[in-house]
Design a protein around this ligand. Structure first.
Ligand SMILES: NC(=O)c1ccc[n+]([C@@H]2O[C@H](COP(=O)([O-])OP(=O)(O)OC[C@H]3O[C@@H](n4cnc5c(N)ncnc54)[C@H](OP(=O)(O)O)[C@@H]3O)[C@@H](O)[C@H]2O)c1
Length: 185
């Protein structure tokens, strides 16, 4: 059975360097911003994907990168931040996100019960945790033609081989290559 036969979608939509990093070791994504600015008219399917999700689950490190943005970018979505260290949502972000610490299976069940149909999972460690728990249904990776040599990896250790079904690959004039996969159970 493909995971897509399940009711709830739990999706990863992310960009990596050609050598598989989502950020530099210090979390910097300047290389992504620089590559992206070459074609402002192309969003590589991000808006369509974003419109299709109703809830975002991200790690605390990812939150820290966006919390200083002049505007909260996820105004119309429920956002859950995974953290064992963050105890309170800062005053200026009350109502913007909730903090969760605990079982990811329980979290997915809870969100499903609350009516969420499509989750967006973001942040390297967070994605790895969801994959290792067998909770991800599909992954879209946009490969940026740059080698960073080192950085924060998208993927990490797995407890077993995890098979995926290739759905499609799109190439863009910018050199970006987006591949979509469904997880096989
Ligand atoms: N290339 C892209 O498209 C892209 C997309 C998103 C993010 N990024 C970049 O990726 C970096 C963040 O990724 P990251 O790998 O460092 O971490 P992350 O997944 O964003 O955050 C990891 C943190 O989440 C908390 N956490 C709690 N429970 C967890 C669980 N079950 N599984 C995983 N995390 C849990 C922990 O925080 P506590 O220590 O508080 O417990 C952990 O340190 C940022 O630099 C961001 O800019 C890039």
């Amino acid at each position: 059975m493909n995971q897509s036969d399940k009711e709830m979608k739990v999706s990863v939509f992310i960009a990596t360097s050609l050598d598989g990093f989502i950020a530099r070791k210090n979390g910097n994504i300047d290389w992504l911003m620089a590559a992206d600015s070459s074609d402002k008219s192309e969003d590589y399917g991000y808006q369509e994907f974003y419109d299709s999700i109703d809830c975002l689950v991200m790690g605390r490190n990812s939150l820290e990168k966006i919390i200083d943005f002049p505007e909260w970018p996820y105004e119309d979505k429920r956002v859950v931040v995974l953290s064992n260290t963050l105890k309170e949502v800062p005053a200026q972000h009350v109502d913007k996100f909730e903090i969760y610490s605990g079982s990811l299976k329980e979290l997915v069940k809870r969100l499903e019960t609350d009516g969420c149909k499509s989750l967006y999972i973001d942040g390297g460690k967070t994605i790895q945790s969801f994959i290792n728990k067998g909770l991800v249904t599909d992954i879209s990776i946009t490969k940026i033609p740059v080698l960073l040599g080192e950085g924060l990896p998208l993927f990490g250790k797995t407890r077993r081989d995890i098979k995926l079904t290739h759905i499609e690959t799109k190439t863009y004039p910018s050199g970006f290559v987006k591949s979509t996969y469904e997880m096989v159970q």
